[in-house]
Design a protein around this ligand. Sequence first.
Ligand code: PAF
Length: 279
Amino acid sequence: MQIVKTIDEVRKTVKAWKKEGLTVGLVPTMGYLHEGHKSLIERAVKENDRVVVSDFVNPTQFGPNEDFESYPRDINADAKLCESAGASIIFNPEADEMYDNALTFVDMNKITKVLCGKTRPIHFSGVCTVVSKLFNIVQPDRAYFGQKDAQQLCVIKKMVKDLNFDIEIVGCPIIRENDGLAKSSRNTYLNADERKAALCLSRSLEIGKKMIADGETDVKTIILAIKAEIGKEPLAKIDYVEMVDFNQLETLEKVQKPLLCAMAVYIGKTRLIDNFIME
Ligand code: PAF
């Protein structure tokens, strides 16, 4: 399995595959791959003849005070994981190769301004821009995204529809540690106490899920219970906990499907996200 650094080389490789009539899956990532990414790659390998994994810490989706510089990177470990999962190539460009003094950005209204978009105002413009560029470079038949970033998945689906990309977007389930913590490259920032404290995200979501299963329909009541559970954890500071419909991301008053219950919580300095979806 090759690590490819240039856009030209990816294009040539994919063109040759397409000439042979092969289908292509794309798994966009920022690297530091874990079991969650592996599950996306394995699914892509099952559903396509060839799989490209992009491995690029995208500067345009980080705000000025965010963790772009310190974001973990390990291309050699990533290459091993991709190989074992059956990927065909890793596309690992430098920022200049991707942006080269670019002046064009992709922006979206409404659904990028809520949930994570409130705290991270430029984030989704950076995501939409880099994902559009990857779609244009790789021209995949299918692209795979994790449901842990549920808002991102919603935004990408909308962008694909709005900009008429001929690509199927496949959302894949959250992969968790045995104790419930959603897998994330940012989990490596947590010290031992924070790692324990971080369980308040999945634990509180389970409380919300159970309330719905037991027949509670009032969203405010459920969110209060979720926040109360997180509030018991001294190292946790809530950014948001919200329940929205999983298409328009509009706030719900009563439980109604498809539903997304999403949260962002700071554990110490690390901002973690988690959610559950009911379709
Ligand atoms: O989910 C991510 O890792 C990133 O937001 C993505 C989709 C690879 C774009 O940089």
